[in-house]
Design a protein around this ligand. Sequence first.
Ligand SMILES: OC[C@H]1O[C@H](O[C@H]2O[C@H](CO)[C@@H](O)[C@H](O)[C@H]2O)[C@H](O)[C@@H](O)[C@@H]1O
Length: 604
Amino acid sequence: MYVAGRIEDYALIGDMQTAALIGRDGSVDWLCLPRFDSHAVFASLLGTEEHGCWRVGPATTGGAEPPRADRRRYSGDSLVLESEWDTPRGTVRVIDFMPPREQHAPQLVRIVEGVSGRVPMRSALRMRFSYGWVVPWVQQIEGRTVAVAGPDSVWLDTEAETYGKDLTTYSDFTVAPGERIAFTISWQASHKSPPAEPDAEAALEATQSFWSEWVDHCTYHGPYREAVVRSLITLKALTYAPTGGIVAAPTTSLPECIGGMRNWDYRYTWLRDAAITLSSLLRTGYHQEALAWREWLLRAVAGDPENLQIMYGIAGERELSEAELNWLPGYENSTPVRIGNGAAGQLQLDVYGEVTEALHLAHMTGLSRNDYASLLQLKLIGYLEDHWDEPDEGIWEVRGPRRHFVHSKVMAWVAVDRTVKLIESGDVDGPLDRWRDLRDEIHRDVCEKGYDKERNTFTQSYGSRELDASLLLIPQMGFLPPDDKRVIGTIEAIQRELSTEDGFVMRYPTSQLEADNVDGLHGEEGAFLACSFWLADDLAMIGRVEEARKLFERLLSLRNDLGLLAEEWDSRAQRQVGNFPQAFSHVPLIDTALRLTASGAYSG
Ligand SMILES: OC[C@H]1O[C@H](O[C@H]2O[C@H](CO)[C@@H](O)[C@H](O)[C@H]2O)[C@H](O)[C@@H](O)[C@@H]1O
């Protein structure tokens, strides 16, 4: 029976317009072309080999399982993946990458390089368009193999011999030491003329230079540089270069609970996720990306800023209706597989705070002034003035009834606070006294209704006894100082009540009981990695620096061998779960590394 690899078995390559996931067995199991949110041409990640994949690796005999690579790494600080197999016949390396696009078509390049001995190899290319639904029509045109279905065509170029069998394009060949054999697939709209023939070696050189030049701009040189740089490269790979939009992750429906229904499509731009990504990029010297995202934001909300959506398509599209792909059995039978995301229609008041905080940081770090950005900020507060006291779906996008989430109110306070500061700086005009009063009113409301005096902790929502890990952001956002007894009480309560057996943090309690079930979903989920980083950050803020460092370094050890993190960690099964790799995990990794570095606490 076919089983996709563990989530952490996957490597990421990408060209800042889309991305591919490659398993340890050399199989590309996920790739959407030409954009992150396009239909997948390889979707075996969520199904079987029959839903499309492309394996390049040592040949096997007698139906044996394809061997897993013995070693793999990114070549330096890049997204060029090198996987190596030691076989009885010798050692072979496969170099995988996607060249950043200029004028040329989207490409995925695989170069097979002999290291020692003579190794028999096989390339097995199974293209299935529309997420594994459509078997394309494959033909040879002037020595090139082309697969066509509807609007898409994919062209395979290689000097190796190819042949078709069982709806698959194979190449069987032997590679000798020093020999390099390239395979490139290029996507083209099927009504257009064929894409130019690729030059794989020149593309490799250009891709390496692109990444090393980009990494050179990083201003962080602290003890966690390796982890920070890998996270930055991952965030850059999740950026859609033509528009500046940032996807939350390049995948859909990798489950938060194996076998469960918490499967969502993350190939869109959440204002929340993108705003915090922008803040991390700004703090590490990447102003260009921050500028591009601010432009994206202004275009996305243009014309109707009061009617802000919490998420958009990567080019600012508003229509993201959710649908289920019922022909896909799902990752380890986790159904449904969803595309689109119903959370787009929710009210999440925290988003006003995250966006305003990002614009504020951009302003403070000297990003060139943009009058429309300031105007947008004023409009957002105008909206909040009338709506901050309404119940919402909150940061976790719950699908249960709306509540007065404490985190949402805290972030509404952040939005007003940063805007008051903007007006105070003299850069824009606004109703200063009225908004100072509004800021005080929100603060009072949260402290009165969202704080449980008896237990000395803030609560998930007004009147509830539940806790919520988003409360860890209270000191980080400056709502209360870290030494406030209510802050310390909340951190300790979260440690007590939301910790997993291995000391990581759940977002909130998940319950099987309908009445207690805040998110309206069945099944449990893993420790939420962002929340676990937030705990480390808070511990450092309240002076428990050694504890913070230990937790942070244990979190780093959860990364896969290539430094990548999904959204969650399943403490029982000791494996990563959720969409992968996830910006929402890599951003707080960077933030906590910066805080620990500033506090001088690190090992070795
Ligand atoms: O838990 C239910 C919700 O889960 C997803 O949202 C999560 O991912 C978002 C993107 O990273 C993040 O912004 C949010 O805070 C997370 O809770 C899913 O996208 C939602 O549709 C779903 O309701």
